[in-house]
Design a protein around this ligand. Structure first.
Ligand SMILES: [Zn+2]
Length: 88
């Protein structure tokens, strides 16, 4: 994805999530410059809710958020593999 494509994609996602102009600007910066995605998809969220690591993380009362999980490389990789074989 080029920088322009990333900006366009993030603008669409932020629009769907109801971010205002200032939030959208910040989210574009995070996505384009820091490779950090602040809006996990519904599909990812649903998959993460059933993940053993999420369930374990709930035991200490907090729980790892879908946003944090999505930005963890090993979890993201696992999600892509699960999607590929129809488990997400
Ligand atoms: Zn946003």
């Amino acid at each position: 994805m080029t920088r322009e494509e990333k900006i366009k994609a993030q603008t669409i996602v932020c629009g769907k999530c109801g971010c205002d102009a200032e939030q959208t600007k910040r989210h574009i910066h995070l996505f384009v410059d820091e490779s950090w995605q602040v809006h996990p998809s519904k599909r990812f969220q649903a998959w993460w809710q059933e993940h053993p690591e999420f369930k374990v993380s709930l035991e200490d009362g907090k729980g790892i958020s879908a946003m944090t999980a999505q930005n963890a490389k090993h979890i993201w990789q696992e999600y892509l593999e699960a999607k590929e074989i129809g488990l997400a």
